[in-house]
Design a binder for this molecule. Sequence first.
Ligand code: SF4
Length: 319
Amino acid sequence: MNMQPFIGISGCLTGSAVRFDGGHKRAAFVMDRLGRWVSFRPICPEMAMGLPVPRPALRLVQTTAGDIHMRFSHAPHEDVTGKMADFCEGYLSGLGELSGFIVCAKSPSCGMERVRLYDEKGNPGRKEGVGVFTAALMEKYPWLPVEEDGRLHDPVLRENFVERVFALHELNTLRKNGLTRRVMLDFHSRYKLQLLAHHQAGYREIGPFVASLHEWEDLEAFFDLYRDKLMAILKKPALRKNHTNVLMHIQGYFRKQLTTRQRGELRETILNYHAGLLPILAPMTLLKHYLAEYPDGYLSMQNYFDPYPPGLALRLAVN
Ligand code: SF4
């Protein structure tokens, strides 16, 4: 992979003063850390559909028929639903190969979940809405990693998002360079342990699908389906239990080379990780050390060891 992944982002999260009140919501982790490894494509949907800064606040209104509309808080008769839909249609069809999108929480345009809904009389209802822009984004690109700024404070969600971004970037790069059966099979081989760590049932389901690759004449069609399946598996958080299984599985590769003491130490490190006493970095570092000492072709190519740039240092947290 040479170029950095392109990531869409709500403009206000970059520090641009595009919010209705003339402010911003700069996301420190995203801009200061992740920003060193990705290229951002900022967009403020409300400004892009022609609204100024400052502007009256918008809200999501659920009609008695159940439809969701976007209206100004101070002037409920002024409906901008159609305007936003027109903007989304044009913008999303020209989006190009993004590898992820970070959206601003709670916004009637950009929120990914739990956006407040109002009734037609202006009474606040439940937080069950999705921002109009983000809803359209997720509908058009269901495989795209989309995450909110606030949720990225959670170490597990943060790592999961970053991992998916770099996996999709690699897939996008494969397609850009020209698909062949060989590159698709090599890609899948490298992702096996990573998939196992995320979802064992998904891992077992995608294997036979990949094995049917020789029956596919249309590689683009295969790629589309494979991307959907792979991204759905990676979306499931890699839990401690699954990581432990994978780490134990890797440990088995060194059974013959390690002394009884080394095997015991490795096993104890993995079990301490399983018990929440150590970060995954501990057994991972030990396994990498043994892998350098006793190289194995299959293990060495596994993306599981470094699914994103190690400089992001996301594995320092106990997860
Ligand atoms: Fe613009 Fe979205 Fe930020 Fe609102 S949340 S200011 S629409 S980028």
